[in-house]
Structure formats: C-alpha cells, structure tokens
Design a protein around this ligand. Structure first.
Ligand code: 13P
Ligand code: SF4
Length: 311
C-alpha cells in the first residue's frame, strides 16, 4: 500500500540521517524483517548490538533482547518500538523467587537462558542462548552441580543431550507450548517427505518426533543445508518469512497449534506488538528508550561476558 511505501521511505530516511542500526528477530512481521539492517537469532543479535558503532540501536524484538543490547553496549541509546513487547518465558521467572531458589542451592552454578530480565541475569553465573546452550553446559565438568533456568522444556532437552541432571526452573514459553502433537503427526502423514524441525523451547513429545532441533538460526541453516524439499516448522510463525525468502523453491509448513488462531499455527503476541509504524515512531522520537540502573547493567554484564568467553 502507498502508506506502507511512505513508511518504508521515512524509516530509511530517518535511519540514514541518524546513522541508526535496526536489529530484528526472525519472529518480527515480514515488513520489519525486510527493513532491518540485520535479522538474526538472540545470539547473533546480541553480538551485533555489542559490536556496533551506531549511536542509536532500534531493537525490533522483545524487551529482554533490547535490554541485553543496552547491557552489552551501555553508551548507546537503545529503543524498542513498543515497551509492551514482553516475553512469557521471562515473565515466568520473577527475580525475587529466583533469588530464593538460587540461595536454597548455594553449591550450584547458575546457567540462565537469555530470555530473562536483567535482574535475573544479575543472579546468574553464565547466560546462554539456544544456539550455544549445549556448548556452554558441556564446558562445565560432568560432576559440577548446575541450575538451568527459566525454560523447563529446554532444560529437559539439555539434560537428555548432555547426560546431566541439572536442577530446572519451571518456566515456559506459551508460544512453544501451543503445538499440537496429533495435528503435527497428521500433517506428517500427509507429507511423509517433510522433515519436522523444532525449537528446543517446545515440549518433549514434539521434540521426540523432530528430525532436527535447534535455535531459529540453526533451523534456518538446517533447512538450507538439508536435501529435503519440505519442512514442518515447530517454532514461531515469523521465521517462515525468512525461510521462504532464502529458499523459494522449498516448502515450509507451520506446525499447527492446539487452539485455532489466525495463522492456524503459533504466533508470539509479544513479538507481534511491534509494527512498522511503531518502528518509525521510535526511530523518529528516540523513545521508548531502554534505561537500567548502572549497578544492574554492571552485574548483568558479567554472565553475558562469560557466555561470550565460552562460546
Ligand atoms: P532464538 O532466536 O535465539 O533461537 O530464540 C527464540 C526465541 O524464542 C526468542 O524469544
Ligand atoms: Fe518469549 Fe516465547 Fe515470544 Fe520467544 S516466542 S519472545 S520465548 S514468549
């Protein structure tokens, strides 16, 4: 539409004038992915945010991601199109409860998935993402006692893969818990040639039937490198845009969810509160801005730096 064309032009003009960097996660709506300077998974986005010289970082993702960008590059201004872009997984780990949990197990090292608040990061020994979780966990001796938080589904998967018995926090992502195993198996029966690929935030029965499990970036890479022509994709629907764009000759079928919704798949309502218009607004107005107390930024940086040292 012409208004969308106008918005795109205005964003490009503002971006050039302000020398801003637009980062977007694969779960963002297609038009945001298409205008971003870089689209990636949590790890790649963190690296980009840490390395940039741009004075203004527009983070088209959810709050914890923008917060992480600020912690990694505190002298830059970080804005988010909508402060309501939260995360059910981050919400499932309130800092005060997590502090008590950690204090109840003082002999444990705390490995925390990046999908958590800055305050929870300050209570962690090392952060990981779905791209480097196995590597980080395997870097510890087998007999070292570990806590993994906040995602219980990913924790169970990591325990199985590493042969460990990490103590798990009982958090979850509503988007990845919405997949319907029966519908997925029916779809697989209709498309026997399709490979099922899943994000490790999905529940155990889904992961059991998956041909490949990985972060959003790993799922993309697998689809590119694998000889299969079709894939049933068990992660948030947004990534299908990038898959289809990079592999127009292949077929990507979103894994169906328990509740029928507009896409008959699983969408993250938090990721989807960001729109092109809100992106224009935050680039123009340089707000809402991510601001954190210095003490929290300093303490949250420690486990993030440890992650970079180990991966
Ligand atoms: P990755 O893109 O790092 O795999 O994370 C998925 C996710 O759910 C982010 O919220
Ligand atoms: Fe959080 Fe799940 Fe949305 Fe990712 S998909 S941002 S983990 S609620």
């Amino acid at each position: 539409s012409s208004s969308q064309t106008d918005l795109v032009q205005e964003i490009n003009r503002l971006k050039a004038a302000k020398k801003a960097l637009i980062l977007a996660h694969y779960y963002q709506v297609p038009e945001i992915q298409d205008i971003a300077d870089f689209v990636g998974d949590s790890l790649a986005l963190s690296r980009k945010a840490a390395e940039t010289d741009a004075e203004l970082i527009v983070f088209a993702g959810v709050h914890f991601m923008a917060e992480t960008a600020k912690i990694l590059n505190p002298s830059k201004k970080v804005v988010l199109p909508d402060l309501k872009a939260g995360c059910s997984l981050a919400d499932s780990c309130p800092p005060a409860d997590f502090k008590s949990f950690r204090e109840a197990h003082p002999d444990h090292t705390v490995v925390t998935y990046i999908n958590c608040t800055a305050e929870v990061k300050t209570l962690s020994d090392v952060i990981c993402t779905s791209s480097n979780a196995l590597q980080i966990i395997n870097s510890f001796p087998k007999d070292q006692k570990l806590i993994f938080a906040p995602d219980v589904n990913m924790g169970r998967y990591l325990n199985k893969e590493t042969g460990r018995d990490m103590l798990l926090w009982d958090g979850a992502c509503i988007v990845h818990e919405a997949f319907d195993l029966e519908k997925i198996l029916n779809l697989k029966a209709e498309h026997p040639e399709a490979k099922i690929i899943a994000h490790p935030e999905s529940e155990t029965p889904i992961l059991k039937v998956a041909n490949f499990i990985g972060s959003t970036a790993a799922l993309l890479r697998f689809a590119q490198e694998d000889a299969s022509q079709s894939f049933i994709v068990a992660t948030e629907h947004g990534i299908l845009h990038k898959m289809q764009q990079l592999m127009p000759e292949k077929t990507f079928i979103p894994a169906p969810a328990l509740e029928d919704n507009t896409c008959a798949c699983s969408e993250c309502a938090f990721m989807k509160v960001n729109t092109l218009e809100k992106l224009r607004n935050c680039l123009r107005d340089e707000q809402p801005e991510i601001l954190l107390p210095d003490s929290i930024m300093k303490e949250a940086l420690r486990p993030l730096n440890r992650m970079f040292e180990l991966s």
